[in-house]
Design a protein around this ligand. Structure first.
Ligand code: 5GP
Ligand code: ZN
Length: 115
């Protein structure tokens, strides 16, 4: 655990979160500032800064994707959803513990704002 990492602190239970799904290696919780009717963040319980670091550990990457799929099913997103990994400055990544945004619950519009 990285004590200065917000999402490590959520994993440790030091900061409250609305957890909707949990496996041995992942947790998923509602985003504090949702951008869609359903907006869940899926994270590995171990710390990886971003999807590049996560991709170097294939089993951990697979666990995060499987959890994202399970969350989408559990949240009733059968009409479609997006999975987004913001990565690096151009993406606006703010929290440097990798997280998959699972977004859905309504038509999501253009893939990128203004496009
Ligand atoms: P990023 O911009 O790094 O891809 O996304 C970070 C996400 O974390 C944002 O959507 C933001 O709303 C969410 N977030 C930031 N702080 C907290 C928090 O303390 N709790 C929860 N549940 N979500 C948070
Ligand atoms: Zn962390």
């Amino acid at each position: 655990m990285e004590t200065s990492c917000l999402f490590c602190r959520i994993v440790a239970g030091e900061i409250p979160a609305t957890v909707v799904h949990r496996t041995e290696t992942t947790i998923a919780f509602r985003d504090i500032d949702p951008k869609a009717p359903t907006h869940v963040l899926v994270i590995p319980t171990s710390h990886y800064a971003d999807v590049i670091a996560l991709a170097a550990e294939p089993s951990a990457a697979a666990d995060v994707l499987a959890a994202a799929a399970a969350v989408a099913e559990q949240e009733g997103l059968g009409d479609g959803f997006r999975v987004i990994f913001n990565t690096g400055p151009h993406s606006g990544q703010e929290v440097f513990h990798v997280h998959a945004h699972v977004l859905g619950g309504a038509p999501l519009g253009p893939m990128l704002a203004g496009r």
